[in-house]
Each structure stands twice: as structure tokens, then as C-alpha cells.
Write a protein that binds this ligand. Structure first.
Ligand code: ATP
Ligand code: MG
Length: 199
């Protein structure tokens, strides 16, 4: 999206992001979880946030269901609204990254082009993490009872049922949440985080 206003001038921060990293003792950036509803985005993001906090990391979850109660409360689930939702989250994630924080973002984010715009907003510290669990498994879990409703025609544009999900073509990391336990997935991700956000 272009910039509508003409009379604006960006102001540089006087605290460099590298100085923030030094104080925090780790770099900032984004773990962008993507996957079907029920693939484990919320479960893993919040588990990691708790562990990271207890180990002194500055980490914060941006979760789909929470964001849609505030920042994106005006948006629905058609293609256009999903794109705008992810655009906003990408920009918010970029702001948090500028503040030196590790962002754990948990959104289905079904469209490749939307995820790629989020990557562009954040820059090189963006990590696309594909939570791989097939539709059958996610439907069997049906943690929130949404697949049942979608199949009954109660929820239009439901990803995997009546709206598409475009798998990442070259994710930075794939976690097979279909076969791994929550604990093993978390351990794996903690190793990844410690490596990529190391000073
Ligand atoms: N390895 C794993 N990682 C994450 N969750 C797992 C794993 N194995 C099993 N689960 C289970 O899968 C479910 C994932 O649900 P969760 O709400 O985290 O999904 P979600 O991706 O956030 O879905 P939504 O897009 O609807 O918000 C939970 O019930 C969780 O216990
Ligand atoms: Mg969730």
C-alpha cells in the first residue's frame, strides 16, 4: 500500500537497534508462524514466550484471535480483509523488531504474497516457520470446534474448508506438529531462537 499523506518526514531514532540488542543481550526479530487452524501456532507461541521470558529474553506474542479484538476488529475473513490484517501485523512486527523484541506471531496467514509483504516490512530478521500438520489432523483436533461449524456452513471463508491455504515454498524452518510433541517442538524452536537471535 502506498503512503497517502504527502507532508510527512520520517524521524530516525536516536537509540540504535544495535544498542537495544546490547542491553537485551540478544537480537530482535520475528518468528512468523504459519499453518492451518489447529496446527499449533498459538500453543507454541505462548509456550515459547513463557520460556523466553523466564530466561531473560524480551519476547512478545502477536496472536490472531487477540489482534482481531483490537487492531483488526474492523476486519473479516474475505481475501481483502485477510490481506489487510496481515499487512497491519507485518508493520507491527516491524515496529517491535525495531524496539529489539523477539516477536512470535501466530496467524494462519494463508496467502504467500501477504507473508512475503510481512517479510519485506520486517527485513532480514524475519523467519517464516511453517507448522506442518495436515488438514485431517487439524480437523480431528478441532480445538475450537471451528472445523465442525465450517463444514456445517456456519463459517464462510474458513481456511482448508472453503478458503485456500498456500504452503510456504521455502520456509526458514518447518516443524512437523503432526508427529512431534509440544515439548519436542518447543525444544527445537528454542535451539533455533538461541542461534538466530544470538549477539
Ligand atoms: N507439536 C505440537 N505443537 C503444537 N500443538 C500441538 C502439537 N501437538 C499437538 N498439538 C495440539 O494441537 C492443537 C493446536 O491448537 P492451536 O490453538 O495452538 O492452533 P492454532 O494454529 O493457533 O489454530 P488457530 O489458527 O485456529 O488459532 C492444540 O490442541 C495442541 O495441544
Ligand atoms: Mg491460534
Amino acid at each position: 500500500m502506498g503512503i497517502k499523506s504527502r507532508n510527512i518526514t520520517a524521524v530516525p531514532h536516536r537509540v540504535k537497534v544495535q544498542e537495544r540488542w546490547r542491553v537485551n543481550n540478544h537480537k530482535g526479530g520475528v518468528l512468523w508462524f504459519t499453518g492451518l487452524s489447529g496446527s499449533g501456532k498459538t500453543t507454541l507461541a505462548f509456550e515459547l514466550e513463557k520460556i523466553l521470558f523466564s530466561e531473560g529474553y524480551h519476547a512478545y506474542v502477536l496472536d490472531g484471535d487477540n489482534i482481531r479484538q483490537g487492531l483488526s476488529s474492523d476486519l473479516g475473513f474475505n481475501h481483502e480483509d485477510r490481506t489487510e490484517n496481515i499487512r497491519r501485523i507485518g508493520e507491527v512486527a516491524a515496529l517491535f523488531t525495531g524496539a529489539g523484541t523477539i516477536v512470535l506471531s501466530a496467524f494462519i496467514s494463508p496467502y504467500r504474497s501477504d507473508r512475503s509483504l510481512a517479510r519485506k516490512a520486517v527485513g532480514e530478521s524475519f523467519h517464516e516457520i511453517y507448522l506442518s500438520a495436515n488438514l485431517g489432523i487439524c480437523e480431528a483436533r478441532d480445538t475450537k470446534g471451528l472445523y465442525k461449524k465450517a463444514h456445517n456452513g456456519e463459517i464462510p471463508n474458513f481456511t482448508g474448508v472453503s478458503a485456500p491455504y498456500e504452503c510456504p515454498t521455502s520456509p526458514d524452518l518447518t516443524i512437523d506438529t503432526e508427529n512431534l510433541s509440544i515439548e519436542d517442538s518447543t525444544t527445537f524452536l528454542m535451539h533455533y531462537i538461541k542461534r538466530v537471535f544470538k549477539m
